[in-house]
Ligand binder design. Structure first.
Ligand SMILES: [Zn+2]
Length: 43
């Protein structure tokens, strides 16, 4: 079993079925939203 971890807040986003334990990094919905908000404020 592998896990997908948010690279911004270290929250576990999801699990993936895998023969070996792996950790994948992505961005959770919350941080993705914050990022978009930040970008829109800069624009
Ligand atoms: Zn996050």
């Amino acid at each position: 079993m592998g896990i997908i971890v948010c690279q911004s807040c270290d929250a576990t986003i999801d699990h993936v079925e895998d023969e070996k334990v792996t950790v994948l990094y992505s961005t959770c919905e919350h941080c993705q939203h914050e990022k978009e908000k930040f970008v829109s404020e800069l624009d």
